[in-house]
Ligand binder design. Structure first.
Ligand SMILES: [Fe+2]
Length: 201
């Protein structure tokens, strides 16, 4: 006799490959490099050694094609999640760029006051640092039996290798960080948050 199983409370991470990303990335990089020239100091958030831009890049003219892509991907997530878009609208609340040179990383964090967060890769050389997500169930780490091989139910942490032209979307509460860039080249990514506004009836 074998038992049956239900898997509740999954933590989804979506990934999208953006078509014709090379020309999109060129436009986005122009804006990011110009912004880095303007604001050499940058902002201090989760970044360790790296440069972090201001968080309103989604309002820039050169970002308008990119924000449309974000919105289309978020709509796909919303449909999958069966969110009731008669009752609320989603919008990009913040959007920023991060440039991580050699040895730069991002410490573990989540994104408060948002429903979804995402990252998109513009420059992702080999060994530039993957994004990792921690198991969001702290109690699951209380006593961990040895395993022959980690699987969907036992991974304490998973990593995604960044690929240029790829976008990840994930729940904003999911703790994550970025490994140290061990490449001689820079790693450049854009991150963003999605918020919600109720529709008044
Ligand atoms: Fe983040």
């Amino acid at each position: 006799m074998t038992g049956s199983r239900n898997d509740w409370f999954p933590s989804p991470i979506w990934h999208f490959t953006i078509a014709d990303y090379q020309s999109l990335n060129e436009t986005l990089l122009q804006e990011i490099y110009a912004e880095q020239q303007r604001d050499r100091q940058g902002e201090k958030w989760s970044n360790v050694l790296g440069w972090h831009s201001v968080n309103d890049l989604h309002k820039r003219d050169r970002f308008q094609g990119f924000t449309k892509i974000i919105e289309a991907n978020v709509l796909e997530v919303a449909n999958f999640m069966q969110w009731d878009l008669q009752k609320f609208t989603f919008n990009i609340t913040t959007c920023w760029a991060i440039i991580n040179g050699k040895f730069a990383s991002n410490s573990v964090h989540s994104h408060p006051n948002s429903i979804l967060s995402g990252v998109y890769y513009l420059k992702a050389p080999e060994n530039c640092g993957g994004i990792f997500f921690n198991d969001p169930r702290p109690a699951s780490q209380m006593l961990i039996p040895p395993v022959v091989e980690f699987n969907l139910w036992t991974h304490p942490k998973i990593s995604y290798k960044p690929h240029e032209g790829t976008m990840l979307l994930f729940p904003s509460w999911l703790l994550h960080g970025v490994d140290m860039n061990m490449s001689e080249e820079v790693r450049i990514a854009i991150s963003f948050n999605i918020g919600m506004s109720p529709i008044k009836s």
